[in-house]
Each structure stands twice: as structure tokens, then as C-alpha cells.
Design a protein around this ligand. Structure first.
Ligand code: MN
Length: 225
């Protein structure tokens, strides 16, 4: 597993998420305001999602860790939560759901930007190699998001043989698969709470808006590791 080097890109405040100075998991601080992802994702949805759902996953993760009696060794690059995800079959369903919910939402909110950005560099090249064009990637990723029945996530992951699109149900995450060898580049929440206030039942319209709001610099950084 390649080491993720968030240190290169993210500010000091991000690093207190996991460090020897904190004893519980905290939400990732947003690098933008709740209204700044408009018109793609509306302020009310962002507020509910960040301040209610993500907050609840974080609180329930901390209580599940305490209930399961786990000693978590925090790391500056999210090693603590990633270790839990990789060995999640050892733990309770409450811990599985909330560890996934916590890390998935960290990836989700970190991957959005108020500034219009486009794929470039190594990640753009990898997308071209695998999908032929950016528009074909967006088409395949949209299809994956639409194909996930009920609540779940669509993922773009990087593996030894190139990029791959995956889906998982509920708050599961690719790291929970013991056979998974790779890095997560992009996670798209397709739970209704991620879009219902604005898009109602139109998941496809939400996916289009979500893709428009991506922070491709963050994704490129994850890809480069
Ligand atoms: Mn969510």
C-alpha cells in the first residue's frame, strides 16, 4: 500500500484530525463555506449533510470504539481509521457502519471545491488510458452511481492495473474488502440525504452536479500519493 501524503497539500488544521494529541475522531474541517458549492449542491443540503449526518457518523464512531473496547492508534495520515476499515469484520455492525460513514464523508467533503477545476496531470492521463476520454469516464461513473440500488457509494480507485470504478452498499468502503489493493481516488455518496432536498428523486441530476463540483487537485493528490 502506497503511503498517502496529505501533508504535502493540506493545511496544519487538517492534521489534527488524527494525531497523538487527539483521542477521538473529529470531522474534517471544510476548506470552503456551506453555500460555496452552489449552484451544484445547495447550502441546505450541505448543512444537513455536514452538520447532521457526518456529525452523527463521527459521534457514533467514537461511541462504537468505546463500546467495542478498541484501542485506536491515531496517525497523521488517517492510519487509525484505515486500519479499522481493513479489519472491520472483527467488529460490531455499529462500528462498521460508522467507521465507513466517517471515512467516506471525509473523502466526500474533502473532494469538493467552489472553484471550477479540471482533471490534469497523471490522473488525467490515467483516466484517458482506462476510459478513452473524460466524457466516457463521467458516463461510466454516472452509470455506476445510478446502478447502486438504494443507499451506497460509487468509487474511483487506483490499482496496479489502472483505474477502476466500484460501488458499495450502505456505508461500506473499498478498504473493507480484504482483497482490495489500491487507493481510493474519489467517493460519491448516492444516499438520498446527499441530494433529496434539491434534486428530489433525480439521482442522475445530482451526479451531474456532483461531478461539476469536484476538486480535481485533491483527487490528483490522492492519485499521486
Ligand atoms: Mn452522506
Amino acid at each position: 500500500m502506497k503511503k498517502m501524503k496529505h501533508v504535502k497539500y493540506f493545511s496544519l488544521t487538517d492534521l489534527i484530525l488524527e494525531s497523538s494529541n487527539v483521542s477521538e475522531f473529529r470531522r474534517h474541517p471544510l476548506a470552503y463555506s456551506l453555500s460555496s458549492i452552489e449552484p451544484y449542491i445547495d447550502k441546505e443540503t450541505m448543512d444537513e449533510h455536514y452538520n447532521v449526518h457526518y456529525k452523527k457518523y463521527t459521534e457514533n464512531l467514537n461511541s462504537a470504539i468505546s463500546e467495542d473496547g478498541i484501542n485506536v492508534v491515531m496517525g497523521e495520515n488517517m492510519e487509525g481509521i484505515k486500519k479499522i476499515l481493513r479489519e472491520v469484520d472483527l467488529y460490531s455492525n455499529k462500528l462498521r457502519n460508522n467507521a465507513g460513514g466517517y471515512y467516506n464523508h471525509f473523502l466526500y467533503f474533502q473532494g469538493l471545491s467552489p472553484d471550477k477545476k479540471n482533471p490534469k496531470g497523471n490522473l488525467r492521463k490515467a483516466i484517458m488510458d482506462k476510459f478513452g476520454s473524460l466524457s466516457n469516464f463521467k458516463k461510466k461513473f454516472t452509470e455506476a452511481g445510478l446502478s447502486q440500488f438504494g443507499s451506497g457509494w460509487a468509487w474511483l480507485v487506483s490499482k496496479e492495473d489502472g483505474l477502476e470504478i466500484l460501488t458499495t452498499p450502505n456505508q461500506d468502503n473499498p478498504l473493507m474488502d480484504p482483497m482490495f489493493r489500491g487507493e481510493i481516488i474519489l467517493g460519491m455518496d448516492v444516499w438520498e440525504h446527499a441530494y433529496y432536498l434539491k434534486h428530489k428523486a433525480n439521482r442522475k441530476a445530482y451526479i451531474r452536479d456532483f461531478i461539476n463540483a469536484l476538486d480535481w487537485e485533491v483527487l490528483e493528490n490522492r492519485y499521486n500519493g
